[in-house]
Every structure is written in C-alpha cells, then in structure tokens.
Ligand binder design. Structure first.
Ligand SMILES: Cc1cc2nc3c(=O)[nH]c(=O)nc-3n(C[C@H](O)[C@H](O)[C@H](O)COP(=O)(O)OP(=O)(O)OC[C@H]3O[C@@H](n4cnc5c(N)ncnc54)[C@H](O)[C@@H]3O)c2cc1C
Length: 338
C-alpha cells in the first residue's frame, strides 16, 4: 500500500519531519541508503545554540531560537514515548576571549532576550544554552516514530525520481521495490543536491566536513567552552567532546585533524593534554549559503518538498524546521514567524 508521504533521508531532518507529519495524521515512510541517523546527525556536538549567532542572518536566529525553545518539551515527550533519554541538559556555554569579535553580542542578546554574564577574564557566559546527546536523540526519535507506525527502511538508496509533468510518481531505489506516494520530502543532508540533479534544479547544498575527538575525562568540565572555532562539550557521563573543523573537501570523511584538535582542546582545558582521545570521527554537514536551510516546496514539482541545508545547526533547528515543513505540506500558514 502506498504511503501518503515518503521522506528520503533518516537523519535528524528526516526523522523530525516524520514526527511532525505523523502528528498531523500522515502515513509516513522514511528511506535511508544506510542506517538511520548515522551521518551528520550522529557526528555532531549537540549544542542547541548557534556558536556566535550575531554573525548570522536573522533567518538562522529565528529557526535556531525556536528550535532550542522546543527542545525541553520535545525531549521530554521522546523520553516518555521511547524510554530512551536524549540527555537534554541546560549546561550553559562559556565563550572565551579569542580572535572572534564579540562586538555585536550584547546588542543581539538584548534584541533576542538571551541572558548572559561577563566574567572577570573577559569571558561571556550564556547560562541557558543546552545540549543533547545526538546518538541518544536519534535512538529515542526512532523508537518513538516506530511506536506511532512510521516505517523506517534502511539500506535503501534512492537513485532516481520518476516524474510525470509536475509530479513525482515513484522512486527508483537500490532495493528494487516500487516506492510510490502522494508526496515526497528530500532530507538527504549533504547529498540533497546530488539526489535532485541532473533532472531537477536543487538548492545550493554542499558537504562541509567536521572532525571530532572524544575524551574520557570525568569531572573536568561542567559547561560548554568555546574559543574561536573550537568547542568542548561535557557529556553527562564524564565524556568530553572536542570539535570541530570546517573543511570543504567534498564527500571525504577521513580523520586527519586529531592532533590539531587535541592541541587546541588542551589550550582551552589544560587537563586534556594528558588524556588520550578514546574515539575520533568526521561527519559531513549539509552546508548552505549563510547557513540558511531550504524548507519549501520544490518550484517545479508540486508534490516534492525539501527540508535540508541546515549546515552547522541542524540539530538545534530540527524541531522548528520540521514544524515549518509540516505546515507547508499541509498548506497551513506559519504561526511562529518562520
Ligand atoms: C562535526 C559536526 C558537529 C556538529 N555540531 C552541531 C551542533 O553542536 N549543534 C547543531 O545543531 N548541529 C551540529 N552539527 C550540524 C548537524 O549535525 C547537521 O546540520 C544535521 O545533522 C543535518 O541533518 P540531516 O538530517 O540534514 O543530515 P544527515 O544527518 O547527514 O542525514 C542525511 C541522511 O540522508 C541519507 N541519504 C543521503 N542520500 C540518500 C539517498 N540517495 N537515498 C536515501 N538516503 C539518502 C544519508 O544516509 C543520511 O542518513 C554538526 C555537524 C557535524 C558534522
């Protein structure tokens, strides 16, 4: 039986879209060419705040702040429905003095009602910044979706979109099945543009590699630390995540920056100099000009939608983007100003 809606890509964008569309009564299937949530959405830091939001266009602030505001209730709901705790923690974020200008920070905070404190060393502390633990968020979301009847199909790569006039009629996939639906949503992360081309014009979405290191270093840190582009995120169980890089190297996910990240991490938190990282990895962000995602109906195809290109803040933006997407699919006006 055809689903009402097929979502291509089971990262945080695809799974959160499925959540909102199912909430509105749609029958939803999500296809992923690998395992659900194992690309950028697994690799990220889970910080629920743009790193230096005053440097971004207002659209980024609007989506990120709305997303961050939805997280406490959303993660609570996910915990209740799945039994898996996404570890939402309001741990605050301290920005240490570095080469980046904080000139617009106070004005931006006043305009967006964001609390901050200044420390004696010139650092800025944002007490309301929170984090989630990405792999746990994905697992909780997946379990919650499956309990609501959303079908998640793994190892199913979408290779073509068969079109009749202004409609997509079915998908060509690696599993050989015929996947047909009323509507389709592209949430294929860094691969979104590649999926649409060469048949359809797509938004400018490109891969931007980010590398991460994980330390087992209990009790060294209780708040997120940021200096220039390097951040440290303390997890609930004592792990510390250090990231990240911003590399334009195509779809290459090799890990090459462990030493550089370790040195920079130890500059911010000297105790890490003596620790050996327990794990390292890289992920591909769905980069977009200005960090502004595309949440829209495709201009040439009436039953094709996109929710992709969230670049550095796709986890933060996920619940807000998904709500916006669901409103567009159901032809409802925006009630949140985004
Ligand atoms: C190192 C790093 C640190 C980050 N830190 C943060 C942070 O602290 N806070 C924050 O908010 N964001 C952060 N981000 C950004 C965030 O992780 C991304 O914006 C977000 O995960 C993008 O989600 P997505 O679902 O669009 O993409 P993805 O998670 O990459 O999911 C896309 C999915 O589509 C599937 N797919 C692709 N092509 C096809 C196809 N043809 N057929 C079927 N399936 C397909 C893929 O297999 C994949 O599972 C970070 C990212 C990285 C890499």
């Amino acid at each position: 039986m055809p689903a009402d809606i097929i979502i291509i890509g089971a990262g945080i964008a695809g799974l959160s879209s499925a959540y909102e569309l199912a909430e509105k009564g749609a029958s939803v299937t999500v296809l992923d060419r690998g395992r659900a949530g194992m690309e950028a959405s697994w690799a990220g830091g889970g910080i629920l705040f743009p790193l230096l939001p005053w440097d971004y266009p207002e659209e980024v602030t609007a989506l990120a702040m709305r997303g961050a505001a939805l997280y406490p209730d959303w993660t609570h709901e996910l915990l209740s429905s799945s039994g898996i705790d996404p570890e939402y923690v309001r741990c605050g974020m301290k920005v240490l003095e570095g080469g980046r200008s904080m000139e617009n920070a106070a004005h931006w905070c006043a305009a967006h009602d964001v609390r901050f404190e200044r420390g004696p060393g010139g650092e800025w502390f944002f007490p309301d910044v929170a984090q989630v633990r990405n792999p746990r968020l994905i697992r909780a979301l997946r379990a919650s979706l499956e309990s609501r009847g959303v079908r998640i199909v793994e190892n199913c790569e979408v290779r073509s979109l068969a079109r009749e006039g202004r409609r997509i009629v079915r998908l060509g996939t690696s599993d050989g099945n015929i996947w047909a639906a009323q509507d389709f949503v592209v949430c294929a992360g860094a691969w979104s543009k590649m999926l649409l081309e060469p048949d359809l014009p797509g938004p400018d979405i490109f891969p931007v590699k980010g590398q991460m290191l994980l330390f087992e270093a209990a009790n060294m840190l209780d708040t997120i630390l940021l200096k220039d582009d390097l951040y440290l995120v303390p997890r609930k169980d004592g792990h510390i995540l250090a990231g990240s890089t911003l590399e334009h190297v195509g779809f290459d996910k090799s890990v090459t920056a462990a030493r550089m990240l370790h040195e920079k991490a130890a500059e911010i938190l000297p105790g890490l100099a003596a620790e050996n990282p327990v794990r390292q990895w890289a992920g591909l962000r769905p980069g977009s000009p200005g960090n502004v995602p595309t949440i829209a109906r495709h201009p040439d195809i009436d039953n094709l939608y996109l929710n992709s290109g969230h670049f550095r803040y796709g986890v933060t933006m996920a619940p807000a983007s998904a709500k916006r997407l669901a409103q567009i699919v159901f032809g409802e006006p925006s009630n949140s100003g985004i």
